[in-house]
Design a protein around this ligand. Structure first.
Ligand code: UT7
Length: 326
């Protein structure tokens, strides 16, 4: 049956210039490259300059996405940013991004706060708007400057995070309602607020009047992540009526190589189908998936027609997945 689908027609990414290696971190806290590499898979991460904001990273990624889409910014009908590190508490950073890109006046723009699941949440919202006919072209951006809410004296957390941004442009297209269609074939998002305290900042506007630093119960997050990521992937594959052997690529949220490998194995996917960028980017929260997608598309690894599963898990807890044919 004919239906409207949201096709990914453009992709973009941006990493700040400054790189911080594990050896650099070993000069700052009691850690070493061996511990970080074997426990997390991270070798280095990018860190924004003092006066480089989430909006700056986002605008760079968005400009690349608009360029690769081959559209003009006037064609954008909605701008959605997923972030937990907005420039200001209010207004939404997406409004600033819209203005800087030159998006036409009056175009809706809003931020989504779903931590590491932010991209999957934002993609779901954009896809819903497109399928409802409320937008024809959507810009979805994920951008984070986690370095600004990282306690650089805490070795338990400071080795894990990085800064970066990724973006996609979605455009309405017609599908046949089958898994052979191009575009977003299924999405599923979840939350469990009983896990609120296991991964959070130590402060916030209403509680402490400052942003606080990222804190987590690593072991609880780790356990939940493997199950949540697997559940999300299995559910979107079932919704799209495809099996693991049909999948060309899994793009999991990049939080820990052991979680990434564990999920790949649980889904029965060979290592070469599982996208890994954590080694040079670390965990950039909402940005890991669009960053990885754009890097792999730019390198010609992920190609038109490929069937891709995206899945993420993060604070809230939130988690979710999407099945997409590129
Ligand atoms: O993006 C949202 C999702 N986030 C995640 O999915 C993160 C999930 N959790 C994890 O990835 C892992 O739990 C961590 C990487 C955070 C921690 O790994 P772990 O294997 O669970 O280590 P641990 O916390 O049990 O720590 C083991 C030891 C401890 O020492 P003792 O108590 O055994 O003497 C830590 O103090 O490693 C120590 N340690 C470190 N040593 C060197 C913790 N951090 C470091 C460090 N360098 N940076």
């Amino acid at each position: 049956m004919k239906c409207i689908r949201s096709e990914i027609i453009g992709h973009g990414h941006y990493l700040p210039a400054k790189e911080l290696t594990n050896d650099d971190l070993a000069q700052m806290v009691d850690t070493n490259d061996e511990w970080i590499s074997t426990r997390t898979g991270i070798k280095s991460r990018h860190v924004a300059a003092e006066e480089e904001y989430t909006s700056d990273l986002a605008v760079n990624a968005a400009q690349m996405a608009v360029k690769t889409a081959g559209i003009s910014v006037e064609e954008i009908d909605v701008v959605i940013l997923a972030t937990v590190t907005p420039d200001n508490t209010t207004p939404a950073t997406s409004a600033k991004i819209s203005a800087r890109l030159g998006v036409k006046e009056g175009t809706p723009a809003f931020d989504i706060s779903a931590a590491c699941s932010g991209f999957v949440y934002a993609l779901t919202m954009a896809d819903n708007m497109i399928r409802l006919g409320q937008a024809k072209t959507a810009l979805v951006v994920s951008a984070e400057t986690l370095s600004k809410i990282t306690d650089w004296t805490d070795r338990n957390t400071c080795v894990l995070f990085g800064d970066g941004a990724g973006a996609v442009v979605l455009r309405a297209c017609e599908g046949e309602g089958t898994s052979a269609d191009t575009g977003i074939l299924a999405t599923k998002i979840y939350a469990d607020g009983s896990q609120y305290d296991n991964l959070r900042t130590t402060g916030g506007v209403s509680t402490s009047q400052n942003a606080g630093y990222i804190w987590m119960n690593g072991k609880e997050v780790f356990k939940f992540a493997i199950n949540g990521l697997t559940q999300a992937a299995e559910e979107v594959m079932a919704m799209g009526n495809v099996k693991a052997e049909n999948i060309d690529w899994l793009i999991p949220h990049q939080a820990n190589i052991r979680i990434i490998s564990g999920v790949g194995q649980k889904l029965g996917l060979p290592d070469e189908k599982v996208v890994v960028t954590i080694d040079h980017q670390a965990n950039t929260s909402a940005a890991t998936i669009p960053l990885a997608l754009s890097e792999y598309m730019e390198a010609g690894k992920i190609k038109k027609g490929d069937l891709v599963v995206l899945n993420a898990m993060g604070a809230g807890f939130t988690w979710g997945g999407a099945l997409v044919r590129i």
